[in-house]
Design a protein around this ligand. Structure first.
Ligand code: ATP
Length: 216
């Protein structure tokens, strides 16, 4: 294969956890990705501005991926600031990387369900493929009509040799963890060491993030 394949895993990563890392590994293995870029949002128009500062989420993401040579962190959305729209990120990445590499947007099934609400979602597939995996509690059936329409037009069994344009599915063993549940546990004073990379848990404790008394 001569065309490089670059996986893109966007998220709030508030905080980054073992589910995100397992997702990136599963996508890399299933889709033969050369690299996976983790892209923390600046702030999410879907989730509001109430979360942890981007600098902390970026720092935790860096710590989480530091030991894997095939993983990188891309600051593109934090640098751009403002509301994060994936279409803007893809256009900017194409400017940086050119038209040759395949870009593969990696999504959990919760995000696929929302896809029809994303800004200029019809244009995403002009710039990237979309690779989706089933996430526990988020069925892949009965999807909203705009998403079904995209699947009808772009669904494929496997990634074609093209830079963009296909929607494919891949399988990963379920990792039942969500950042929302982690934040709630941390606020209750729990120490979920099995769900977070050790360096991330250490960062959270040193910076007193997610504590009930920290106001977040
Ligand atoms: P929250 O609970 O705050 O919504 P999250 O971890 O679901 O947090 P993000 O950090 O925005 O949300 O997730 C980034 C991407 O990782 C999304 O595509 C999401 O579907 C996927 N993802 C998150 N957790 C898991 C998991 N446990 N297994 C598979 N995919 C996951």
């Amino acid at each position: 294969m001569t065309r490089p394949r670059i996986g893109l895993l966007g998220g709030t990563f508030d905080p980054i956890h073992i589910g995100h890392l397992a997702l990136a590994r599963a996508a890399r293995d299933a889709l033969l990705l050369d690299e996976v870029r983790f892209i923390p949002t600046s702030h999410s128009w879907q989730k509001g501005n109430a979360g942890t500062p981007a600098a902390d989420r970026l720092a935790m993401t860096r710590l989480a991926v530091a030991h894997d040579a095939g993983f990188a962190v891309d600051e593109i959305e934090v640098r751009r600031g403002g509301d994060t729209y994936t279409i803007d990120t893809l256009i900017e990445l194409r400017r940086e990387l050119g038209l040759t590499p395949a870009l593969v947007l990696i999504l959990g099934s919760d995000q696929l369900r929302n896809l029809g609400t994303w800004h200029r979602h019809e244009e995403l597939l002009q710039h990237a493929h979309i690779a989706v995996t089933q996430r526990e509690g988020h069925r892949l059936a009965d999807l909203p009509a705009p998403v079904e329409a995209l699947l009808q037009a772009h669904g494929r069994q496997a990634l074609p040799d093209a830079p963009a344009g296909a929607i494919v599915f891949f399988v990963m063993p379920p990792v039942p963890v969500s950042a929302t549940a982690l934040r709630a546990g941390l606020a209750r004073g729990e120490r979920p060491a099995e769900l977070l990379p050790p360096a991330v848990l250490d960062y959270i404790e040193r910076h007193r993030l997610y504590r009930a008394d920290s106001g977040r």
